[in-house]
Design a protein around this ligand. Structure first.
Ligand SMILES: N[C@@H](CCC(=O)N[C@@H](CS)C(=O)NCC(=O)O)C(=O)O
Length: 197
């Protein structure tokens, strides 16, 4: 059985949601970032990590890519043009969504106070809004890649939820509606209701 290291309110949720979608059993260890528990699995203290047998894997997107390839679910086959397009969207989401949210967190509570530049947060929020409209413009079907759900949907929805929690301005209505259908998925709700082991 898989073991997910990381609190539900962290990027670990992406991995939990993915495991629920692909019907794989897992236990969750509710480790906070930089905690001694987290450092047992990743010396940097970053979460999430995934334990698969003797292997410990890190980075939420690397883990989702691994699971999608291993179980042939929620991902186009590696080495196909369709996969290259899915990867391009995934990397775009890392650049334009995750990195922007992470930079905002750094300037809010991650960096030591003397390194924080609070004024940068307005630009980051505006950038996120602009990118949300770019993503809304390309929506063409129930999922970001069209008819098939991929882990890019999990990544995007998780970032949108994060933006709401961080007090970012409301995103484009089309994307907000799409995110709401993603949150209605039984797998999303199961991951949210998961009781840590
Ligand atoms: N790119 C990594 C980022 C992991 C990450 O920064 N996780 C946060 C919690 S969501 C963390 O552990 N922060 C603690 C730190 O950066 O020291 C991923 O997607 O897993």
């Amino acid at each position: 059985m898989y073991k997910v290291i990381g609190a539900t309110k962290s990027r670990a949720f992406r991995v939990m949601w993915m495991l629920e979608e692909i019907g794989q059993d897992y236990v969750q260890i509710d480790a906070a970032p930089r905690s001694d528990e987290a450092k047992k699995y990743n010396p940097s203290g970053k979460i999430p990590a995934l334990v698969d047998g003797d292997d410990i894997l890190t980075d939420s997107v690397a883990i989702m890519t691994y699971l999608g390839d291993k179980h042939s679910m929620l991902s186009a086959k590696a080495g196909t043009p369709e996969r290259a397009r899915q990867d391009a969207l995934t990397f775009w989401l890392i650049d334009e969504f995750d990195a922007v949210l992470w930079a905002t967190a750094k300037h809010s509570f991650i960096f030591p106070e003397e390194m924080r530049v609070p004024a940068i947060k307005d630009s980051l929020k505006a950038e996120f809004s602009r990118s949300s409209t770019v993503l809304a413009d390309r929506l063409d079907g129930p999922f970001l890649m069209g008819d098939q759900m991929t882990h890019a949907d999990i990544l995007a929805c998780h970032c949108i939820n994060w933006s709401i929690g961080a007090g970012f301005p409301r995103i484009d209505d089309r994307l907000a509606k799409w995110a709401s259908t993603m949150r209605d998925r039984p797998a999303f709700k199961a991951a949210q209701a998961k009781v840590a082991g």
